[in-house]
Write a protein that binds this ligand. Sequence first.
Ligand SMILES: O=c1ccn([C@@H]2O[C@H](COP(=O)(O)O)[C@@H](O)[C@H]2O)c(=O)[nH]1
Length: 281
Amino acid sequence: MTAVQATFGQRLGEAIDARGPLCVGIDPHPALLHAWGLEETPAALERFAMTVLEAVAGEVAVLKPQSAFFEAYGSRGIAVLERVVAEARQAGALVIHDVKRGDIGSTMTAYANAYLDENSPLSADAITVSPYLGYGSLAPALGIAAQSGRGVFVLARTSNPEAVGLQRSSTSEGTTIAQSIVDAAAESNAGASPMGHVGVVAGATIRSGELDLSELNGPVLVPGLGAQGGTVRGLRSVFGSALPHVVPAVARELLRHGPSAEELRSATRRMRDDLSGMTGR
Ligand SMILES: O=c1ccn([C@@H]2O[C@H](COP(=O)(O)O)[C@@H](O)[C@H]2O)c(=O)[nH]1
């Protein structure tokens, strides 16, 4: 008899129940490498990433390596990324590859196989995707993720200031583009319990009440805390009753506490406790 595989929504819910909702970004910016006394080499990249894992992989529910910073080192950087994914998962954290992929459906299938197929060396628990080619173009990724118990986070209302003009403009139905992505994700998640496998990305920097997330039934990945100006306290007013589905993602604000793994771990625990005081999780 084949075992029934847990869905991404179930796995994420369990991870959050056990460790709280915080997601730590692994973003080896050149400036951070220098601040840690490291050079811009693949060996230093590996040292940086392994220090972050040592400090926090056993502490938080989710880790989010930013692929761009690894890709910058070519195949040796990708090899480090593979190690990050494998070791983070071994330590019990879920991994979201922040790759923001989006393409015509047939190519999207190849991206989904690269990141969401069980047997791929870069296989993670979820990826970020861009809906700019139309939400429907993401169907192969949504399908492969569902089959493999993995998740997809669709950019809806991103944290960067340049996003406002495009994402807040109106569709022919009179809703914003950002809200139309949330609504499409809600349709994909309909009926799932405890939540579906299609999340959205919405910045901690957006206005209160800008998105109606009441029907989403999926996770909301929330970057933009700290370095981009968002605050833990602000999450309640921005996300309101959707707060239980919020997964706040923080990179620079925590990574600046390295290279000491101990200090990085303490800063992460403080933020995890702040969040838990505010969200009750
Ligand atoms: O809307 C978005 C989507 C993704 N990101 C990514 O999250 C981190 C944020 O890093 P910080 O250092 O905590 O600012 C980074 O990898 C972005 O590419 C985002 O910021 N906003």
